[in-house]
Design a protein around this ligand. Structure first.
Ligand code: ATP
Ligand code: MG
Length: 253
C-alpha cells in the first residue's frame, strides 16, 4: 500500500462556537493538513487548542464553520464506519458483556454479526476469558483494548484516537502503546492520535503536528523517522532525544 495518497485533507478549516453570553469562541482558526494513507500522525498541543474539535470534524460528528474536509477525495458530510473514533473518555456499555460491547461496533456500522470476527478481536485484545463478563470486571487497560476492538472490528480506513491512554498508569500505558502499534501494523490502518504525552507522540507516530491555542492553529510539524518496529528501548536513543527536543523547542511541556 502506498504512503503517497492523501487519505484525509483539511482545507482551511475553521470552527467557531457560541459560548456563554453569545460570546464567540474560535476553536480552530485556519488549519490545513493532509494525512497520507498508512500514516500515523499525532496531534499535540495545550488544553483547549482544538484537538478534540478537529477529530470530531474529521469523524463527521460536527461541521466546520468554513473550509472543507475530504476523505478519500470525497467531502465528509457525516459519520461513516470507514472513519473510526476512540474517545478521550470512552464509553463502555455497562449493561452489555465484553463480547456484546465489541459486537456493538458491527451494529453501529449496520454490519452483519460475525461471531468469528468477534472471537478474533477478543483474542487479539486478550479478552477471550472475559468475553461474558461485564466491563466493570475489567482493568483500565482491558477496557481501553475493548474500546479499540469495538472501533477496529469494522475495519475502518482511518482511526481517530482522542487521548485513549490518558487514564492509564505508566506500565499499562506502555503495554497499550505496543498493542496499538501492533494493531496499526497488522491492519495497515491510518491513525490520528491526540495525546498530551510528547514522548508517546514521538515513539508512536510518523509525524507530529503541533497546535497552538486561541485560535487553534498549526505551529509546527516534525517527522518522527525512528526505525520500525518501534519499541520502548528507543526512548533512550539519541535519535529519539533529538526529535523530542525539536518538539519541545516549539511546544514547551
Ligand atoms: N460544543 C462546544 N461549545 C462551545 N465551545 C466549545 C465546544 N466544544 C469545544 N469548545 C471550545 O473550543 C475550544 C477547543 O476545545 P477542544 O475540546 O477541541 O480542545 P482540546 O484541544 O481537545 O482540549 P483538551 O486537551 O483539554 O482535551 C475550547 O475553547 C472549548 O471550550
Ligand atoms: Mg480534547
Amino acid at each position: 500500500m502506498t504512503m503517497e495518497l492523501p487519505l484525509l485533507e483539511f482545507k482551511n478549516i475553521s470552527k467557531e462556537f457560541v459560548g456563554s453570553g453569545n460570546r464567540q469562541i474560535v476553536a480552530i482558526g485556519d488549519i490545513s493538513l493532509s494525512i497520507r494513507q498508512g500514516e500515523f500522525v499525532s496531534i499535540v498541543g495545550p488544553s483547549g487548542c482544538g484537538k478534540t474539535t478537529l477529530l470530531r470534524l474529521a469523524a463527521g460528528l460536527d461541521t466546520p464553520s468554513s473550509g472543507r474536509i475530504l476523505f478519500d477525495g470525497e467531502p465528509v458530510i457525516g459519520p461513516s464506519p470507514e472513519r473510526g473514533l476512540v474517545f478521550q473518555a470512552y464509553a463502555a456499555f455497562p449493561w452489555l458483556t465484553v463480547r456484546e460491547n465489541i459486537a456493538f461496533g458491527l451494529t453501529v456500522a449496520n454490519s452483519v454479526r460475525n461471531d468469528e470476527l468477534i472471537n478474533l478481536w477478543l483474542q487479539k485484545t486478550g479478552l477471550t476469558e472475559f468475553a461474558n463478563h461485564y466491563p466493570k470486571a475489567l482493568s483500565g487497560g482491558m477496557r481501553q483494548r475493548m474500546a479499540l476492538a469495538r472501533t477496529m472490528i469494522v475495519a475502518p480506513k482511518i482511526v481517530f484516537l482522542d487521548e485513549p491512554m490518558g487514564a492509564l498508569d505508566q506500565r499499562t500505558r506502555e503495554k497499550m502503546q505496543l498493542f496499538l502499534l501492533q494493531v496499526v501494523w497488522e491492519t495497515n490502518i491510518t491513525a490520528v492520535l491526540v495525546t498530551h504525552d510528547i514522548r508517546e507522540a514521538v515513539l508512536l507516530s510518523d509525524r507530529i503536528i503541533m497546535l497552538g491555542a486561541r485560535p487553534g492553529r498549526i505551529v509546527g510539524e516534525i517527522e518522527s523517522n525512528l526505525a520500525k518496529p518501534r519499541s520502548h528501548h528507543q526512548l533512550a536513543t539519541p535519535e529519539f532525544e533529538s526529535i523530542y527536543n525539536q518538539v519541545i523547542s516549539i511546544l514547551p511541556e
